[in-house]
Ligand binder design. Structure first.
Ligand code: ASP
Length: 546
């Protein structure tokens, strides 16, 4: 017997050839190699030796004739569940990589996610409207990709960082409920798992309050979980930005596990590391008092890495026999430390980890440490989904270097109605009518209720340091539109690639994008970006400096 595993998008089927009944055919197919393209006639038969691991494992095809439609070179890596191909090779031959089940299934999942998104939004009267790709800069805070114009020499289009201004104009245009599954472009340095072009589920609604948006879009996400993963997600808890920072040191907390920040009050004993620190923060790692010296040293090195940036790590073991062992034994009595760990809810058998220092850095480092401990303790299960809303973000961020305010979300985000007056007195304190959806520590979407009043918008631009002329030349079209009866409106955008990878239980978004770019922003398959011909440059009126 000779067997061939024949694969297409739908799976694998076994072809069987019998030397005794058809010697010639057997000889023919024995010369075939991997990835050859075949057309087969034959009879479907029950297999004597069944393979329970694949859906077609009960049957095989007893082939009566085979046509070789195309041969194939031996692929540069194995086309199997686990491949021996490295990232670069897989990207160079992405069309072969997509033949592999994990990548193929990721694209199928993406398709279903898009389809179900459309189903849900259509059922809520949203309509999909396409917005242009060759536009003028949009203010999402990243660098634009620009495209030179041949017909308007010396002038440039920008690729949209999002369709923000267009979706707002569609609200002024009376479209009421808009969405678009849309490509966005941001020319940023590519930190891990970012792509220069990515896809959003971009949405906008008129005559809404924040509550309407939260309901509609948690509805979307719960619908997707049900439709795609058969998972029921409870109503999303809501926390404020301030609470998120206080409890998790992070505006996108992973709430699959608790381990909330504690702020212990150390007694005054002259220990400067604690007593001179702006912030002292602790977490309680349950049932970890038995951590060895080696494990603690390793954690200490871990928090000192530049990416985490803590100066050191204090530990207090509250042992099962109720004794205390700590790195600060020489400063505090056992009794003092016991009171301290009890005050922050530790039980015997727990390990308390403490960081001290400047507020911003310390909370950030503790947030990293909390996530790391969560991972080490297997509290971050990929099949468990915990979603929440983070609300009441600050409207502005003050940048020390430039000594000016930046919009935390974007300049069209309105302040909370209760905070509008703060724009005149203390703008940094003003909170935005903005919201992020976070799932498992990943910010999957964010948006805001917009400013729809021309005067408030002008004030906002003023606070952001735009002169009247600058505001007019960049956003005049929007402010003018607001003079023609703009409805109150608000919206949200979800990072679609990231949402897909979350549903797919993957860490990286790459495999949910058919043809992604590498960390240097290159498509190594088509070799882009690449130089263009001098004729093309001439036509555009562009001269390159040598
Ligand atoms: N345009 C925003 C963004 O891309 C989302 C929104 O405010 O709707 O982040």
């Amino acid at each position: 017997m000779t067997f061939i595993d024949l694969r297409d998008r739908y799976g694998i089927v076994q072809l069987a050839f019998n030397m005794e009944t058809n010697e010639q055919l057997c000889e023919q197919v024995r010369r075939f190699g991997r990835e050859f393209v075949l057309q087969v006639n034959g009879e479907v038969a029950e297999r004597s030796n069944k393979n329970t691991k694949i859906p077609t494992g009960d049957i095989e095809i007893i082939a009566s004739s085979v046509t070789l439609l195309n041969g194939a070179k031996t692929p540069p890596f194995t086309i199997e569940e686990e491949t021996d191909g490295g990232d670069d090779l897989r990207m160079k031959y992405r069309y072969l990589d997509i033949r592999r089940n994990p990548v193929k299934n990721s694209l199928l999942l993406r398709h279903r996610m898009a389809l179900e998104t459309r189903n849900y939004l259509a059922s809520k009267e949203f309509i999909e409207v396409e917005t242009p790709v060759l536009i003028k800069s949009t203010p999402e805070g990243a660098r634009d990709f620009v495209v030179p114009s041949r017909m308007n020499k010396g002038e440039f289009y920008a690729l949209p960082q999002s369709p923000q201004t267009f979706k707002q104009l569609l609200m002024v245009a009376g479209m009421d409920r808009y969405y678009q599954i849309v490509k966005c472009f941001r020319d940023e340095d590519l930190r891990a798992d970012r792509q220069p072009e990515f896809t959003q589920i971009d949405c906008e609604m008129s005559f809404v309050t924040q509550e309407d948006i939260l309901q509609t879009f948690e509805g979307l996400v719960r619908y997707l979980f049900k439709a795609i993963k058969e998972v029921d997600i409870p109503a999303l808890p809501r926390i404020s930005y301030a609470e998120a920072m206080e409890n998790y040191g992070n505006d996108k907390p992973d709430i699959r596990f608790d381990m909330k920040f504690q702020y212990p009050c150390f007694p005054q004993v002259g220990f400067s590391v604690i007593e001179n620190a702006e912030t002292v923060v602790a977490i309680v790692a349950k049932a970890c008092s038995e951590y060895t010296r080696k494990q603690i040293d390793e954690l200490t090195e871990w928090v000192k890495r530049p990416q985490v940036g803590a100066g050191g790590l204090i530990y207090i073991k509250y042992n099962l026999d109720s004794t205390i062992k700590s790195s600060v034994d020489k400063f505090y009595t056992e009794q003092q430390l016991k009171e301290l760990v009890l005050s922050i809810g530790a039980d015997s058998g727990d390990l308390v980890l403490v960081l001290a220092g400047n507020r911003h850095k310390t909370l950030k480092a503790m947030s990293e440490l909390r996530l790391e401990m969560g991972s080490r303790l297997n509290l971050r299960n990929k099949d468990e989904f915990k979603a929440l809303w983070v609300l009441d973000f600050p409207l502005f961020e003050y940048n020390e270097e430039d000594q000016r305010l930046y919009a935390m979300h974007h300049p069209f985000t309105s302040p909370l109605p209760s905070d509008v007056a703060l724009l005149d007195t203390n703008p940094v304190e003003a909170r935005a009518n903005a919201y992020d959806m976070v799932i498992n520590g990943v910010e999957v979407g964010g948006g805001s209720i917009r400013i729809f009043d021309k005067h408030l918008q002008a004030k906002m631009f003023g606070l952001l340091g735009f002169s009247e002329d600058e505001a007019q030349s960049q956003f005049g079209f929007l402010m003018n539109a607001f003079e023609y009866g703009a409805p109150p409106h608000g919206g949200i955008a979800f990072g679609f690639d990231r949402l897909c990878s979350l549903f797919g239980g993957a860490d990286s978004i790459r495999d949910f994008i058919a043809f992604p770019k590498n960390n240097a922003g290159r498509d190594v398959m088509i070799d882009s970006p690449s130089p263009i011909h001098s004729d093309q440059l001439n036509e555009l009126g562009i001269t390159l400096k040598p």
